[in-house]
Design a protein around this ligand. Structure first.
Ligand code: PLP
Length: 480
């Protein structure tokens, strides 16, 4: 909560104009704060004198300020467009004296900017309610319920693949992909340790051994040189992870996979909408796995999908998600209940309509943040993410690194105290978690260790507005 003293005076030159003078004891970084700089002067246009005052304050861009007078005092409330200013609310109160001078205080309340936030609108509510109205909560048919099938069609068209099979989480997508390829006991699967643990867990759950590969320091995806050294006769598949929405080096990975007859399962759980050489991530390997967890670019609350161009694998995954059954109790392969309920499918289906908008807003925010942070990169105080000609990001997260690890903690704390939920993904990396230390004897992953101590992810989701981004950049600048 900040306080800004505000004086409003009727203009000497134009009867319906109001002049505002502000004084602040705080040096604040928010746009409203611009009016809080000592001695700032603004002209607000009055719509109608006295009975009711409506002002559009140009300097506040989208803020609409209304003054509602009663006999002795004026109340001012500042309403921002919710999608632009979700995380900042202002209230102002004071009184007006006989010289038409308003003496008051603005309370600026900054609320926490979460690292990610789903955008649930009327369309989602309508879709979910229609499931309840129809009393069609789920389906155990092999092809799934109406909304599951509709979501599969929408994703199939978006990704430009032959098949999409919807399941109930990204973990289920990965697990069913590993099972569908017949990977199990005695097999090894190559994957990065710098990922969410689900990537490794799905391999272990299928009975196979995860072999951890280091990452590169440019975009934190699997390191090609290290990948080559980790291949053995037992290797069956590679799971590149498009971490933070950064596509892995799929050309090189595909070459290696081809040379050693390995399958590729893409972990695209964070990368829906990311593009590698004009193709959607998740469509470049044999199987691509997506997550619709609540923090993801597109959400079902919980949910997942497997994309493939292989008819047999798609058919097998449909069986795996339904206890291996096809027509009644005829279990043909090992499977589980990995079905997505219709309520969740309805939510994600409605989200598909706004997927491009969600991605555009993230891109806009990432570009603005890059512009704001660029000056800091010149002194090499911070490294910011860069797309390349081959790799276009979905900007699921905007992940930066710092030269010194102590600076990361300093910046994280500064951002937290400015109510910005900057987050470290992933520390410890998977191979250093207690369970994996006992089952995998990973010796050295220097870049993974380095990244886990240096990365910091910043929010650029669709609710983050221009002022929030300035708040983020200013907070970082002050801390480093
Ligand atoms: C890289 C990665 N892999 C797998 C998963 C698992 O997805 P879910 O949480 O939907 O099971 C996630 C989700 O957090 C993820 O980020």
């Amino acid at each position: 909560m900040f306080l800004v003293n505000l004086r409003i005076r009727r203009s000497r030159y134009f009867r319906n104009d109001i002049q505002v003078f502000c004084q602040s004891h705080h040096l604040l970084t928010h746009p409203l704060i611009e009016i809080g700089q000592v001695g700032s002067k603004f002209v607000w246009l009055a719509r109608r004198a006295f009975a009711y005052w409506g002002f559009l304050c140009k300097n506040l861009k989208n803020a609409i300020i209304t003054l509602a007078p009663n006999s002795a005092s004026l109340r001012i409330s500042v309403a921002h467009r919710p999608e632009e200013y979700k995380y900042c609310r202002h209230k102002c109160s004071g009184f007006i004296n006989k010289q038409y001078t308003f003496i008051g205080v603005i309370f600026i309340h900054l609320s926490m900017i979460p690292i990610n936030q789903p955008w649930i609108g009327e369309e989602e509510k309508r879709e979910v309610l229609s499931v309840l109205d129809e009393n069609a909560l789920t389906s155990s048919a092999k092809d799934g319920g109406k909304r599951v099938q509709a979501l599969e069609r929408l994703l199939k068209d978006y990704l430009k693949v032959q098949h999409v099979v919807i399941v109930n989480s990204g973990t289920s997508a990965l697990y069913s992909a590993v099972l569908a390829l017949g990977i199990g006991q005695g097999d090894e699967v190559l994957l990065p340790s710098f990922t969410f643990v689900a990537t490794a867990n799905s391999v272990v759950a299928a009975g196979a051994k995860p072999v951890f590969v280091d990452i590169n320091r440019e975009d934190y995806t699997i390191d090609i040189a290290d990948l080559k050294t980790k291949i053995t006769k037992k290797s069956k598949a590679i799971i590149p992870v498009h971490l933070y929405g950064h596509p892995a080096d799929m050309d090189e990975i595909s070459e290696i996979a081809y040379a050693h007859s390995l399958d590729i399962i893409e972990d695209a759980c964070q990368s829906l909408g990311s593009v590698y050489r004009n193709a959607q991530t998740g469509t470049l390997g044999k199987l691509g796995c997506f997550s619709f967890y609540a923090s993801k670019v597109l959400t079902a609350g919980e949910g997942g999908a497997v994309a493939t161009n292989d008819d047999n694998l798609a058919n097998k995954i449909k069986m795996i998600r339904n206890h291996g059954m096809v027509e009644g109790y005829d279990t043909r392969v090992l499977g589980l209940n990995l079905r997505l309920p219709e309520l969740s499918a309805a939510l994600a289906k409605a989200q598909m309509d706004k997927l491009q908008k969600l991605l555009d807003l993230r891109r806009r925010n990432a570009n603005v943040l890059t512009g704001l942070l660029l000056p800091l990169t010149k002194e090499r105080r911070i490294n910011i993410p860069h797309e390349t000609a081959k790799k276009r990001f979905n900007w699921y997260l905007y992940t930066v690194t710092f030269q010194e690890d102590y600076v990361r903690e300093k910046v994280r704390r500064a951002l937290a105290s400015d109510k910005i939920a900057a987050t470290v993904y992933y520390n410890p990396p998977v191979h250093k978690t207690p369970y994996y230390q006992t089952i995998a004897s990973t010796k050295s992953l220097p870049n993974t260790d380095w990244a886990s101590e240096h990365v910091l992810s910043l929010p650029v989701h669709s609710f983050v507005g221009a002022e929030d981004l300035e708040r983020i950049a200013t907070s970082i600048e002050k801390a480093i």
